[in-house]
Design a binder for this molecule. Sequence first.
Ligand SMILES: Nc1ncnc2c1ncn2[C@@H]1O[C@H](COP(=O)(O)OP(=O)(O)OP(=O)(O)O)[C@@H](O)[C@H]1O
Ligand SMILES: [Mg+2]
Length: 288
Amino acid sequence: MAVRNRRAQASTRRSAKRAAPSKRSPDRRSTGLRQPKSRRPMAKQIFRKRRQALEAPIIDLKGLHKTYGETGVPVHALAGVSLKVPRGEMLAVMGPSGSGKTSLLNMIGLLDTPDRGSVMVGGQDPSQIKRRKLPAFRQRQIGLVFQQKNLIPTLTALENVYLPFRYTSGAKSVKREQAEEGLRLVGMFERANHRPSQLSGGEQQRVAIARALVNSPAMVLADEPTGELDSKTGHSIVKLMQNLNAKLGQTFVLVTHNEAVAAECHRIVRMQDGKIVSEHRPRKRRAA
Ligand SMILES: Nc1ncnc2c1ncn2[C@@H]1O[C@H](COP(=O)(O)OP(=O)(O)OP(=O)(O)O)[C@@H](O)[C@H]1O
Ligand SMILES: [Mg+2]
């Protein structure tokens, strides 16, 4: 019995010793000192963050407000816009002139910042990204296509598509191959050495799309990409985007005034006076 008691006492002393913080090695967690490598949860955290970013909607806007003309008459370009776009969706944004479509696209494309509200792109808050990392983030996430195509007139089609690569690292030969592949995707490889003035409007827009896609961004934002084209050419451009959306899984946000173009998308949202006033899925394409 006595032996058992002594053993119990010794065991109590040992566990008390274990529980008491040692004077020589203070509790690392409470002192904020680095934990030993094996216990560092950094890798797990990074993995979890990446997974969350991939599962999050590619675009998540909450309560966006933007007012222009602080000095003159204020114009409420965005008056409380909230919108979620899942990855791989092809979304059309419609609405009368001045309803805020371009302003909205500028917010998503990080070309402008809202006065109020939050913009999340690819599961990340761009305002929290360090300035020097922002260009790379933009390139990974966003490709832009405008109504005016914005091609450089002195450069060939291939050189125009190559432009986004100018400031990125990597072997030139690989980047050139990627630019050529971009032209192939839009059916313009044969015209690689032609300048914009030697191409039709639709062909120029194809080159502009190739340029937007060349970095394989997660989404392509297009502001009236068919606005300057006749309806047949415009339709072929939308079909091209549709094919790319199906083939590459990229998200497309398309501002358009054209009902036939919008009907090719998975979802249509309509804007008025800086707000989204309705949304629906066209009968033609229900699934995203
Ligand atoms: N930089 C700016 N300064 C002042 N007002 C602006 C600015 N940008 C846009 N606006 C105003 O904000 C409102 C929304 O403009 P926005 O360009 O977003 O419209 P939109 O829907 O794209 O029109 P459209 O179909 O004609 O292109 C308009 O009244 C416009 O005049
Ligand atoms: Mg516009």
